[in-house]
Design a protein around this ligand. Structure first.
Ligand SMILES: Nc1ncnc2c1ncn2[C@@H]1O[C@H](COP(=O)(O)OP(=O)(O)OP(=O)(O)O)[C@@H](O)[C@H]1O
Length: 312
């Protein structure tokens, strides 16, 4: 059964069309990530699914409910983890968790929940004394108090240190293992690649791709070649490689559909000069590479449309 069904969803703020005919399905028990650049319409879409905003048109079903009706049975079965939920600063972690638990008929034990999010050492600490990452973990705990069937996670690991991030990932994996459905928005592509069963990429109010991370990366015909140059060898001396290498901090990276030709040119050049090419690597594109290509080609298409006003 599908946990979420969205069909032809539209929403504008005044003249600004923010969600422009979006359709997608999230299966029960799936971790589904909604990705896209700032302002793409992700939060607006998710807020409509949570019942916090009304769509202009289209149909939405979440756990079989129309969220716009705010049915109590619906609200009891979902959990929402917002960025900057805003807490009562003088409550302790335990007090806040207990307060929130009172709102739900089905509850997770407070101490177990606090332990799950790694805040046991802070259970008696006042909220105002928590660090940014600890607050986000408290957000997560509060989203889970009602033992929801479906959890909405809005950029859940922003501001987390790397170990807290991995811990949060483990937590989401644990939720999936218990059959919960998770709708995640994130700007971390590695997070989506690690956690999501399927991802949708949204650009300017439309979904431009949906699939498993493997399907999205398989759609990329190119592979990524990266390398560094030996000290004293300027990039200007590189041979023609078919496409321009781009500086990526540590070295140079390029995407190509003809890796054999690029590697031949690069290694022939290095052998002629009797130099090595440090950190030479050929890899499949990551979800991040696929995402950047999708977002980039959506932008190119828009420019095309703009110069040819006759096109629909
Ligand atoms: N209440 C509002 N009134 C007017 N415009 C709004 C309102 N809320 C959002 N917008 C605009 O709608 C567009 C989409 O915003 P939305 O928050 O849905 O994007 P997003 O994809 O979640 O972005 P981000 O990744 O930055 O969180 C933006 O241009 C934003 O400025």
């Amino acid at each position: 059964m599908a946990a979420v069904e969205v069909h032809e969803l539209r929403k504008s703020y005044g003249d600004l069309v923010v969600v422009n005919g979006v359709s997608f399905t999230v299966e029960a028990g799936e971790v589904f990530a909604l990705l896209g650049p700032n302002g793409a319409g992700k939060t607006t879409t998710v807020e409509i699914l949570e019942g916090h905003r009304r769509a202009d048109s289209g149909t939405v079903s979440v756990l079989g409910f129309d969220p716009a009706t705010h049915a109590r049975a619906f609200l009891e079965r979902i959990g929402i983890v917002l960025q900057d939920a805003g807490f009562e600063e003088d409550f302790t972690v335990l007090e806040l968790v207990n307060l929130q638990r009172g709102l739900y008929p089905r509850r997770v034990p407070a101490d177990a929940l606090i332990e799950t999010v790694g805040l046991t050492g802070k259970r008696k600490a006042r909220v105002r004394t928590l660090s940014g990452g600890q607050r986000r973990r408290l957000d997560l705990a509060l989203g889970l108090v009602g033992d929801p069937e479906m959890l909405f996670l809005d950029e859940p690991t922003t501001g987390f240190d790397p170990s807290a991030r991995h811990r949060a990932w483990g937590l989401v994996e644990g939720l999936r293992d218990t059959g919960k459905t998770v709708l995640l928005t994130t700007h971390y592509l590695d997070e989506a690649e690690h956690l999501a069963d399927r991802v949708a990429v949204m650009v300017e109010g439309r979904i431009v791709a949906v699939g498993t991370p493997a399907e999205l990366t398989a759609g990329q015909r190119s592979v990524v070649i990266s390398f560094r140059l030996p000290r004293g060898t300027p990039a200007a001396e590189l041979p023609e490689l078919g496409s321009m290498p781009v500086a990526d901090g540590a070295g140079w990276t390029l995407s190509t559909a003809e890796p054999a030709a690029v590697l031949h040119a690069l290694s022939g050049w290095a052998l002629d000069r009797r130099i090595e090419i440090p950190a030479l690597e050929v890899r499949r594109p990551s979800l991040e590479d696929a995402y950047l290509a999708l977002v980039g080609s959506a932008a190119v298409e828009r420019e095309d449309t703009a110069v040819r006003p006759g096109r629909a």
